[in-house]
Design a protein around this ligand. Structure first.
Ligand SMILES: Nc1ncnc2c1ncn2[C@@H]1O[C@H](COP(=O)(O)OP(=O)(O)OP(=O)(O)O)[C@@H](O)[C@H]1O
Length: 600
């Protein structure tokens, strides 16, 4: 079931939550149960321990009957000790079994949760960046966290607790039937009524839970967006608007959670009332039986105790229906995500690339984005020789960044081919392609980690010497060394603690560490002021030295360092040249090209 992007996005814009599709608990279980394979034996062992514990409790109830009839009603203290000690022994054993059983079940549940989250995250990593950008990040976060947990609740509660409750019920029903079958049958009349009540509640809870999950996703998305845009909020004095927006989301979520709590709270007393009616009917019937000398007081007590033990698992079976109804909603949201197909995958038999020369070719490439009919590139061809630095320029929206996406296989062309060293990149493994092609985007992504970690991110196992050498070549060493903690300085996720220019130089150092033979630089100076932009020109030239480089840029100072310039116009490549840069007016220089004329 693919995610319906357009509809979802439209709903999101209008503020309506995206409701998960309705899936039956069986569908959800069938989907996730295989992931629990390695945990199954522990779950089964845990359940067995719990069932044996229920057997001990049943035997303990017999002790109650024996004590009542042999010691309590006769006043014979000597008859008290043996059954009393046996009772204590049974309760001790049962306690140990419950401890072991509960621990094993919890452990299996947590391990399942960990494996499931890993799997979902690995899947999300395969999805195209465009797909993820389109969705609200907060909603994705909610799916990867809270919704994953709901699957665990479903698998754990849905299967294990149902099994335990059912088998416990069997024990106590057998005990009650053996004790007094007529009375037992009278007591069991209530069971279908329990089931009916539980069904009614679970249906309503299912509806509210869908809303609750969706509103939760909306709230997390709003928080995430607000945190990411906190500066813009302040600059435009929109704190009050954002607070109101967040409050509205919180209020909506709170109301649905209250509806859920109300349903849960109504369910418990309804069931309790039913239980009380049943127990009183049994006591009434039992009193009559005792009067007819067909039953002893001890037997009646034991019978009432059986009922006392019997109703909790019956009640818990009912609550399980409710838990499962709520949990299956979260699971459905996860399934939606898991069913989103990656647009780019490794072809069967895809090969790794070794000893890359760096010859790059786009051959008659045509491409349009999946949800738009217009072609971005049409019959676009470009050949870049090993070690050549080609500047790609053109008006905004011409398709330059799309070329970068195709080179890195974030998308595949609809027609034509992208070739590296003569091999269609679709025949290569994505891993080997991306080891060969490094990307430096407009704004270097920064992780909340030390500067050394951020630079070393370019290559697995990069040594400190390699990191420092790269930073020196990227003209970043001086500013890093001047920081109190040097390379160990932790920088925030959005580059907090470093300027835009420093951030780009960290990005250049990262690309240098990667030692990729092919580089794609996507407007590396676009977000920088003039001074910072000029400061990265030399490091960029060093980075490009000896590597095949596609330099997407509007910046004449960067165009000037290229061996050749290609202008993208109307989805095709046109050869152009640029007037020499004359700082400080270089940003307003004109680009000459055969067809498009003046661009800036
Ligand atoms: N994910 C997307 N889905 C649909 N259309 C897209 C997507 N990304 C880009 N486009 C469209 O494709 C066209 C080319 O976009 P692209 O980002 O490649 O242009 P660009 O030349 O790099 O522009 P700029 O110089 O402003 O960065 C634009 O019309 C843009 O609106």
């Amino acid at each position: 079931m693919p995610i319906q992007d357009e509809q979802s996005l439209d709903q999101q814009r209008k503020g309506a939550p995206v409701l998960a599709p309705v899936l039956s608990a069986r569908t959800v279980l069938r989907r996730f149960w295989p992931i629990a394979r390695r945990e199954r034996r522990w779950l089964i062992l845990g359940a067995l321990l719990m069932i044996v514990a229920a057997g001990c409790d049943t035997a303990a109830v017999w002790m109650f009957s024996v004590i009542t009839d042999q010691a309590l009603t006769t006043g014979n203290l000597a008859a008290f000790w043996t059954p009393a000690l046996e009772w204590v022994a049974l309760v001790t054993v049962s306690g140990g079994l419950v401890f072991g059983g509960q621990y094993l079940i919890a452990r299996a549940g947590e391990r399942f949760l960990l494996r499931l989250r890993d799997r979902v995250f690995a899947h999300v990593q395969q999805l195209s960046p465009d797909f993820l950008e389109k969705r609200k990040h907060g909603d994705l976060v909610a799916r990867l966290t809270a919704d994953v947990e709901s699957v665990e609740a479903l698998v754990n509660s849905g299967i294990v607790e149902t099994a335990i409750s059912l088998l416990t019920i069997v024990f106590f029903v057998a005990g009650a039937l053996l004790l007094r079958w007529e009375l037992a049958l009278a007591a069991f009349v209530a069971v279908p009524v329990f089931a009916l009540v539980a069904k009614k509640f679970s249906r309503r809870i299912g509806v509210v839970a869908r809303q609750e999950r969706a509103y939760h996703g909306e709230l997390v998305a709003a928080v995430e967006e607000d945190l990411a845009n906190v500066a813009a909020t302040r600059v435009y004095n929109r704190q009050a608007t954002e607070e109101k927006r967040l409050h509205a989301h919180g209020l909506r979520w709170m109301r649905t959670k209250l509806s859920l709590a109300k349903l849960g709270a109504l369910y418990a007393p309804s069931v309790h009332l039913l239980e009380t009616v049943c127990v009183l009917s049994v006591i009434g019937l039992g009193t009559w039986e005792i009067a007819q000398h067909r039953m002893t007081l001890g037997e009646l007590f034991a019978f009432a105790a059986f009922l006392g033990y019997l109703y909790p698992p019956v009640q818990s079976l009912g609550t399980l229906t409710l838990t499962v109804a709520a949990a299956s909603t979260g699971s459905a949201r996860l399934i939606e995500l898991l069913d989103a197909k990656p647009t780019v995958t490794d072809a069967p038999g895809a090969r790794a690339l070794h000893g890359v020369r760096g010859e790059l070719r786009l051959e008659r490439v045509s491409y349009h984005y999946p949800d738009t009919p217009q072609w971005v590139l049409r019959d676009f061809s470009l050949a870049v020789h090993p070690g050549e630095l080609v500047a790609v320029t053109g008006v905004s929206g011409a398709g330059k960044s799309t070329i970068a996406k195709l080179l890195l296989r974030f998308a595949d062309p609809d027609c034509g081919a992208v070739r590296l060293d003569g091999i269609d990149v679709r025949a290569l493994t994505q891993h080997s392609l991306r080891s060969a092609v490094a990307l430096l985007p407009q704004e270097t992504p920064i992780f909340h980690a030390t500067i050394a970690d951020n630079i070393g991110y370019g290559r697995h196992g990069a040594t400190m010497d390699q990191i420092v050498a790269a930073a020196e070549a990227a003209d970043a060493h001086a500013f890093i060394a001047a920081l109190p903690d040097g390379y160990d300085t932790v920088i925030g996720r959005n580059g907090y603690g470093v300027s835009g220019g420093q951030r780009q130089r960290i990005g250049i150092a990262r690309a240098l560490v990667a030692e990729a033979p092919v580089l794609v630089l996507d407007e590396p100076t676009a977000n920088l002021d003039e001074l910072s932009a000029r400061r990265v020109v030399e490091p960029l030239r060093r980075l490009a030295g000896g590597r095949t480089t596609i330099l997407i840029t509007h910046d004449p100072a960067l165009v000037a360092i290229a061996d050749r310039t290609v202008v993208v116009s109307e989805g095709q490549a046109v050869t152009g040249t640029v007037a020499p840069a004359k700082p400080p007016q270089w940003r307003t220089e004109t680009l000459w090209m055969p067809r498009a004329g003046q661009l800036w």
